[in-house]
Design a protein around this ligand. Sequence first.
Ligand code: SF4
Length: 195
Amino acid sequence: MKVNIEEKKNKLYAIYDQYEKDVAEFKRSSACVIGCADCCIDVGKIEITTLEGIIIRDNIITFEEPLRSEIRERLEKNRVEIEQKKLVRCVFLKEDKTCLIYHIRPFSCRQLYSVKRCDGSAPAMHRQAVEIARQTVRAIQKLDSNGYSGHISHILYLLDNRNFRRSYLHGHFEPQKIASFGKSHKIMINRFIST
Ligand code: SF4
């Protein structure tokens, strides 16, 4: 049965909104400012679900050339560098250190804030907010129940495969078809992630 992707997207946006409400009190003491992009540079993990990947992929398709090709090249470079265990700059970070896809950025980015300037160190978040974020990730994975989670460049790579994309959008659950890629690229099967 074909997945009602629009309905799932709306549920995802509702989860994002709920998270913002739940952590609003904590984020009030955030030191984050526009143009500070420490969490987008030299990051090892920008993990997304396939559902978030579909939204980002659909957005990339709307980019004018040469930007669209540049993003594709940067994603390819990201994939190679991650395999070399390098920390990478997010492909969507603009020269002015703002985000090209801010309105549809994945939860991996939304969850982050810091009560002090990071200056190369990890963000300092309230413990309660970290726990709410953990539960939110689980809710998103549960919503994307026939999908996967992994590095943004790997999930977008999977979604570029027409057969994979069609199978996913039709609601099929066929983890055996990506078993080899999944194992070597640390792709998680959402349905099998425990709470
Ligand atoms: S998607 Fe946007 S907010 Fe997230 S890491 Fe990339 S540039 Fe930063």
